[in-house]
Design a protein around this ligand. Structure first.
Ligand SMILES: N[C@@H](CCC(=O)N[C@@H](CS)C(=O)NCC(=O)O)C(=O)O
Length: 277
């Protein structure tokens, strides 16, 4: 693993690393924020952040303003990329499929299956790597935006022993039932709906998966709300399962990082109550 850069930020450090991923079969970069406490040699908990369509690991680190809060709360931020990368990796001209749009699934269909194994990359390889090399105490929560909100929800539902809490901004909550999800899941997973449901948060909840404590924020002025996000279906499903959850519709907010920056403090404070107990 190679350190690409490191800059001081709120007395902690924002870093970027490069490593060869065995799972994805390519070279990857990821970002990591270490709070001041970690630089002083203490082991700290971490929040994994999964970004949305078209993002790399750098959108969140440069736009959300999360470091000020993470520094105060003593939480590290692990920020993966959103797909495999490199010239040898299959791609598509569209912004919502291929590079920048891995959807956090393990692809089964050619040519995608050769590299697009984002679910295993994050839940196994990257988290193991981070715990081996950085001063982390093993306590983890997960959050994300849009496609990354979908990733955070499915990882928390499928790996509920690994994550103490989960949150999401405008998640693609029911990908089997929206155009973004249809396109990505049919491309990466084929036509068998049972394979789709294994990566669909609403379907996983309906199947009986447990959910860690959950916080979701959704902007009312999000232009993807009606067609892509299925917020009301998520709300109904969460209520039917009686999960410990807050789902908030935030008046006038859109889908952008301005929305994320407005509520990231709430989300990190929410996770801190479970990570620091
Ligand atoms: N480019 C697409 C939308 C892509 C998009 O909104 N991506 C969100 C996540 S779903 C994002 O975080 N973009 C990067 C950024 O705002 O920094 C479009 O115009 O329809």
């Amino acid at each position: 693993m190679k350190l690409v850069n490191a800059v001081r930020c709120f007395d902690g450090e924002q870093r970027r690393y490069e490593h060869l991923s065995d799972t994805l079969n390519c070279t990857m970069q990821f970002s990591l924020y270490l709070p001041p406490k970690a630089l002083q040699g203490k082991h700290v908990p971490a929040v994994v952040w999964l970004s949305g369509l078209t993002c790399s690991d750098e959108n969140f680190s440069s736009k959300a303003g999360a470091q000020r809060v993470a520094a105060r709360l003593g939480i590290a931020l692990i920020i993966p990329d959103t797909s495999p990368r490199g010239d040898e990796v299959a791609d598509d001209d569209a912004y919502d499929f291929g590079k920048g749009a891995g959807f956090y699934v393990n692809a089964t269909q050619a040519p995608w299956s050769q590299h697009y194994q984002m679910y295993d990359y994050i839940t196994k390889e990257l988290l193991d790597l981070c715990h081996t090399h950085f001063p982390l105490n093993g306590k983890l929560s997960i959050s994300g935006h849009s496609m990354g909100g979908h990733g955070a929800l499915i990882m928390a539902l499928k790996e509920h022993d690994q994550f103490r809490s989960v949150s999401a901004f405008a998640p693609i909550a029911h990908p089997s039932a929206c155009p973004w999800g249809h396109k990505a899941f049919s491309g990466y997973l084929g036509d068998d709906r049972a394979q789709w449901h294994a990566y669909d948060a609403v379907e996983l909840m309906r199947q009986g998966h447990k959910c860690p404590p959950l916080l979701v924020d959704q902007g009312s002025a999000d232009n993807f709300l009606a067609e892509q996000l299925n917020f009301s279906t998520l709300k109904e499903t969460v209520e039917a399962r009686h999960f410990a959850a807050q789902l908030r519709l935030q008046d006038g907010y859109d889908h952008s990082y301005y929305f994320i920056a407005s509520f990231i403090e709430d989300h990190l404070e929410f996770h801190a109550t479970y990570l620091n107990d």
